[in-house]
Design a protein around this ligand. Structure first.
Ligand SMILES: *Cc1c(COP(=O)(O)O)cnc(C)c1O
Length: 406
């Protein structure tokens, strides 16, 4: 069934106005756990195996090994209990501390800034580049001062930042590169993948992420030494001995059942990426004859589409909430993207108190794009026929919207 055939057969009255929704009910977003994983979990419980161990139990270790191998033979991974923990422990292992500056993109999830502030450091908010809305590398370079210690690109929506350029910039200026890859596991960047450019890369396995196991995270490290530091810091800063605490550390371990579920998600990751990329291609194709503009993937790589970000034309910006509500009523998930970091109230206050606030006037691309953006679903586990329905819902709302006076 092609999209144009669907559009001629579906009712044109919007569900929000009492019409028949494109999808009878929302797609279930629960974890898809195969029989093999269920048996393994039952086995851990029946054999009374530990559900969590210092430095990671056997399943957490296996998840780490397979996750590292997915990214190449010379990688090192440490499993943790969330993406936010992964970001925090990465920055801590990099030695970031009070007064240090970390450059973060305006278009991000708040956790990237949280991790910086947790260390008493200062997130310096950087604008987006206008094409793919990823971190603007030139803008980032202009923000480097003698207090800058790290750059933290966020691959929002699954769109990878320009990692080759950021790596070169960090090498030239002696900075640490930490990737927030929570929305972009496995995204292609040239012949490589996200996570393999950074000194550290942070992943999340929370609900709706490409790999999801309730809550969980992973730190991918460039060197074995960095991975040892991360592992120690994620375990109270413990050394090899009992009661041997040699550095400030945290309790960030991943529990065994999460690792078992995560392993299942990792085995499915390439298929999940393919499903999400297929959904994205349906949106691009299906919205071609509208003035809705899906944000392009960057030239240096491809997106793995945590969500599909779409720009409304200026003439309909005032109706953004209606568009989202109307798509929702068709039983298709849609949202306003996370607010830009400069619009997070506590962060704005923290930065103002330090004279380091950078607002919308300093991040014009991000500010103007964000005002026009809405996101639509691409997963998890969205079958192709359901993705076609998601596209149809957006088309249906567009036809109503554009048929009306602006
Ligand atoms: C989900 C997410 C995080 C935080 O991960 P948690 O596991 O929820 O702590 C951080 N950054 C981005 C971009 C995310 O999408």
């Amino acid at each position: 069934m092609t999209i144009s055939q669907t559009s001629t057969t579906s009712s044109s009255a919007l569900a929000i106005h009492g019409g028949v929704p494109v999808r009878p009910r929302p797609v279930s977003m629960t974890t898809h756990l195969g029989p093999a994983a269920r048996l393994r979990i039952a086995g851990v419980l029946e054999r009374h195996e530990p559900l969590s161990e210092y430095y990671g139990g056997p399943w957490a270790r296996r998840f780490e090994d397979e996750f590292a191998r997915y990214h190449g033979a010379d990688r090192h991974a440490v499993a943790v209990n969330s993406g936010t923990s992964a970001l925090h422990v990465s920055l801590a292992a990099a030695g970031i501390g009070p007064g240090d500056e970390v450059i973060v993109p305006a278009l991000a999830f708040v956790a990237a800034a949280t991790a910086v502030v947790q260390l008493g450091a200062v997130p310096v908010i950087c604008d987006a580049e206008p094409h793919s809305l990823t971190m603007d590398v030139r803008a980032a370079e202009a923000l480097v001062t003698d207090r800058t210690r790290a750059i933290l690109p966020v691959h929002l929506w699954g769109h990878p930042a320009d990692l080759a350029s950021l790596r070169a910039l960090c090498d030239a200026r002696g900075l640490v590169l930490v990737e927030d890859a929570c929305q972009a596991p496995g995204a292609p960047v040239g012949a490589a993948r996200t996570g393999t450019f950074g000194d550290f890369a942070a992943y999340s396995f929370a609900n709706r992420k490409h790999i999801h196991c309730g809550d969980g995270g992973m730190v991918l490290c460039r060197t074995a030494e960095a991975a040892r530091t991360v592992r120690s810091m994620a375990n109270f800063g413990k050394g090899p001995g009992w009661d041997d605490y040699h550095t400030l550390g945290y309790n960030y371990r991943m529990v065994e059942v999460s690792a078992l579920i995560g392993l299942e998600g990792l085995a499915d990751l390439d298929d999940e990426i393919a499903r999400r990329q297929h959904a994205a291609s349906l949106y691009r194709q299906g919205l071609r004859d509208t003035d809705l503009a899906p944000v392009p993937a960057p030239a240096w790589g491809d997106s793995v589409y945590f969500k599909m970000p779409v720009l409304l034309p200026e003439r309909h910006v005032a109706r953004r909430q209606f568009v989202i509500d109307a798509i929702h009523a068709e039983n298709v998930s849609s949202r306003i993207p996370h607010r830009p970091l400069f619009a997070v109230p506590w962060l704005a206050e923290y930065l103002r108190a330090r004279g380091r606030y950078r607002g919308p006037e300093d991040c014009r691309v991000a500010a103007s794009a964000h005002a026009r953006l809405f996101e639509v679903e691409t997963g998890p586990h969205l079958p192709a026929e359901e993705a076609a329905r998601s596209v149809e819902a957006v088309r249906k709302v567009w036809r109503q919207l554009d048929g009306q006076a602006p």
